[in-house]
Design a protein around this ligand. Structure first.
Ligand SMILES: [Mg+2]
Length: 227
């Protein structure tokens, strides 16, 4: 149909499509399950100890049984990063993606991190139901993170569109290159104050700022209109 333009909307993953804190918790549970026998406590007790410590892995390494088994933080990290998380897609995310799909918006994910870790999250959240595999860009897979323009350019070669949007939470890396590439940048505000990275814009140059602020992903379908 003439006059209808193709829109591509890319999302950051952590603290945008779901709260990274949920992943951190299931990671600690996996680590507790893997190492509790060394700690002379139950997996639940070990999880609670990690969850209440200023630094979960420092607390773990200080336990005598863990120390005498010569376990290292790298051992905990290996389990944490490779574990298959149990995650639920937030209702607002599901609703927004469903509505955007219905309107013919091409959806994508651009995320920094390890392939195994990020793909496990995407699978656990069921995001592959909404987003084709080719439109999922993980920094380790493309050899460049969002501090460079490469992941964004990579999406532009894979998904043609007349207009691109980037929706993210982190002003350090989610908006700068999209802004320079002529995309529309949107920041999901952290209303509950539980995001892992800070959202402070105070010390950021204007190019790092998002063009639009939202409080809920369900606001997105209306922002895409009129086509
Ligand atoms: Mg993020």
């Amino acid at each position: 149909m003439k006059g209808v333009r193709k829109i591509c909307m890319a999302f950051d993953l952590d603290d945008t499509l779901f709260k990274e804190r949920e992943y951190v918790k299931t990671g600690w549970r996996a680590v507790a399950e893997a190492f509790y026998t060394f700690a002379d406590m139950s997996a639940e007790e070990l999880y609670n100890l990690m969850a209440s410590a200023p630094d979960a892995f420092d607390a773990l390494i200080a336990i005598p049984g863990i120390k005498s088994a010569n376990l290292q933080i790298a051992d905990f990290l290996g389990v944490y990063r490779a574990h298959k998380p149990t995650l639920t897609l937030p209702h607002d995310t599901e609703l927004a993606l469903h509505r955007l799909s219905e309107r013919g918006v091409a959806l994508a994910i651009i995320t920094d991190g390890r392939t195994l870790t990020q793909r496990n999250k995407i699978e656990a959240l069921g995001l592959d139901k909404f987003i084709p595999s080719d439109n999922i860009i993980v920094s380790e897979e493309v050899g460049a993170d969002k501090l460079t323009p490469e992941p964004f350019k990579c999406l532009m070669t894979r998904q043609s569109a007349d207009r691109y949007y980037m929706v993210g939470d982190n002003p350090i890396k989610d908006f700068y290159h999209p802004n320079l590439l002529g995309w529309t940048s949107i920041m999901l505000r952290d209303r509950e104050g539980i995001n892992v990275p800070s959202q402070s814009l105070d010390d950021k140059e204007p190019d790092y700022w998002p063009q639009i602020f939202i409080d809920n992903l369900t606001q997105l379908p209306d922002l895409c209109l009129p086509l």
